[in-house]
Design a protein around this ligand. Sequence first.
Ligand SMILES: NC(=O)c1ccc[n+]([C@@H]2O[C@H](COP(=O)([O-])OP(=O)(O)OC[C@H]3O[C@@H](n4cnc5c(N)ncnc54)[C@H](OP(=O)(O)O)[C@@H]3O)[C@@H](O)[C@H]2O)c1
Length: 307
Amino acid sequence: MKILIFGATGFIGKELISHLQKQFSINVISRDYQKAKNLFLNSTNIIKWDYEDINQLSEILCDIDVVINLAGENIASKLWTKNQKQKIISSRLKIGRLITEAIAKAKKRPKLLMQSSAIGYYGYMTPDKCDESSSNGKGFLAEVTSQWEKSTEGVVKLGVKRVIIRTGVVLGNSGGMFPQIVKPIKLFLGTNLGNGKNIISWIHIKDEINAIEYLINHTEAKGIYNLVAPKPVSSMQLNHAVGKNLKRPIWLRIPRFLILLLLGEMGKELLLSSQLVIPHKLQQEGFVFRYNDIDDAVKSLIKEKAV
Ligand SMILES: NC(=O)c1ccc[n+]([C@@H]2O[C@H](COP(=O)([O-])OP(=O)(O)OC[C@H]3O[C@@H](n4cnc5c(N)ncnc54)[C@H](OP(=O)(O)O)[C@@H]3O)[C@@H](O)[C@H]2O)c1
């Protein structure tokens, strides 16, 4: 099976490729051809594409079975100015629309489009437990994910199966939130943000990758899937799990008002958000999570880092 990945040079993409290359033929389109070449060496085929020429992308797609779209401006790397928020949205919509247009023109279409999304779809404060049937919530990320998902919905009418992966907070050592949590705790600066009671719907990077592999191989899988561990925890529990494993105290607190003052909307949606999301469909279908428990997940990541 031939897979084409957009956004492959990021945190999830790199881990995904190192796992999937054992079974599949992996192709990558990156904005930075040379960076991708250096990163993946001979393990993947790096395809040159200018992110404009639809006819060329259509031709490329004729030889592809599965497209995975992970690409988009990082949501946490820069302050959410008006300009940055526009970049976060437009980078995602542009690629989604280009993929959809190219699939429409392709003489032979891929069987599956896996479209990345996030649990931000349900809003930054979910009042209740959310599963895949829950509605679109409030906030900037709810708006981004809703538009992002819509950008590729056209492929379904073209006979291409679409799977949307609404991913939670991915915990891994090579990117995302986890290294940012570990760093201050290691330096004896363990800090709770706000009251620490906000709920984090997390997933271990290995389960994220295994779930994506499962959704590729499971021919009946279609529609929306929440990629989160079955047991969400409070941010305080997550911090304490890290502190316990590193034998460090969590003794400081940054009050909510200060986070809002310094980071505004970004702080509210990324640091203080509370989302209780469950992986209803994966569980119903019998997908087995390797890491259900936050202590096991944190322990494995800290051990991996120490090796
Ligand atoms: N990590 C998480 O906890 C998490 C949680 C929920 C959802 N997600 C979503 O899952 C996707 C993958 O996550 P990730 O953590 O691997 O993201 P990441 O590390 O930020 O990587 C995203 C990739 O997208 C491409 N990209 C970056 N800026 C872009 C821009 N302005 N225009 C077009 N492409 C751009 C880059 O690939 P090239 O330079 O090779 O083109 C980059 O490697 C993201 O879209 C993210 O929003 C992640």
